[in-house]
Design a protein around this ligand. Structure first.
Ligand SMILES: [Fe+2]
Length: 251
């Protein structure tokens, strides 16, 4: 199966006069068009959060308009810029653990689980005991199926003080402990830090990706690819092993 991952689009309302509003919308529009014309169409698209900039209804209206032409189904994971209530209004209902926006995909050979790591109004992430218990139970239910996790906040440091860390460092350690315990987890895919990185984490592999919002991109690729939309393609083998390609959207 093939997954396209987009992240940190930070879309603003269509009425916004901020200069970045137009460039971010154009970047997402180009990603959507590119995904639609790939030789091998992704089975689904997953957004790893900060879908909009302010969390306002008008931001989500614009985001929904931009995503409407997408051919594969899309699933969005909330980030610290998202508002859970407005998010639900436009994209989906909660999936099993109020008030969190977790989701389990069971329609694919590899099990996919999207996790809600946000605290309303706070920039850094959290994974409280309720969420830990839910994830532990959910992973324990199917121990023999290869599984990929999606979460906005990386529960590890990427070397950027502004985004590193959770509100409570104990949450990161608890999440690592649960994932290490469930050896079917092949990969943790994250957003939030607006740069690509990868590292071994919790007996698994963890990755972050560049923001689709070009003006917010950080890291070694930021200066060279300033106005170029980037997203990721993950090709998942039958055993759940993942090969990742960074897709630089052609003009
Ligand atoms: Fe972001």
């Amino acid at each position: 199966m093939r997954i396209a991952q987009i992240s940190d689009t930070h879309i603003l309302a269509l009425s916004s006069e901020l200069p970045e509003a137009a460039t971010r919308a154009e970047g997402l529009r180009r990603c959507v068009a590119d995904i639609n014309r790939l030789d091998v169409t992704p089975d689904l698209v997953i957004h790893t959060g900060d879908t909009v900039q302010t969390g306002a209804v008008a931001d989500y209206e614009h985001l929904a308009d931009l995503l409407r032409p997408l051919k594969p189904p899309i699933y969005l994971t909330p980030g610290n810029r998202d508002d859970r209530d407005n998010f639900r209004t436009f994209f989906r209902d909660a999936d099993g653990q109020e008030p969190f926006l977790h989701h389990v995909f069971d329609g694919f050979p590899t099990r996919l689980i999207a996790l809600d790591s946000i605290i309303p109004g706070r920039q850094k992430g959290a994974f409280c005991q309720d969420r830990i218990q839910w994830l532990d139970d959910t992973l324990a239910a199917e121990p023999d199926r290869a599984t990929i996790l999606f979460i906005h906040h990386p529960p590890f440091n990427v070397g950027t003080h502004y985004v590193d860390g959770y509100e409570d460092a104990a949450d990161q350690a608890a999440l690592a402990k649960i994932v290490a315990k469930h050896r079917q987890v092949q990969r943790l895919m994250c957003g939030h830090c607006h740069r690509s990185s990868q590292q071994l984490w919790a007996e698994s592999e963890a990755t972050t990706m560049a923001s689709v919002a070009c003006d917010l991109r950080w890291g070694v690729d930021a200066a060279h690819l300033q106005a170029v939309p980037i997203y990721q393609l993950h090709d998942v083998a039958a055993n759940g092993k993942v090969t990742t390609h960074s897709r630089i959207v052609p003009n």
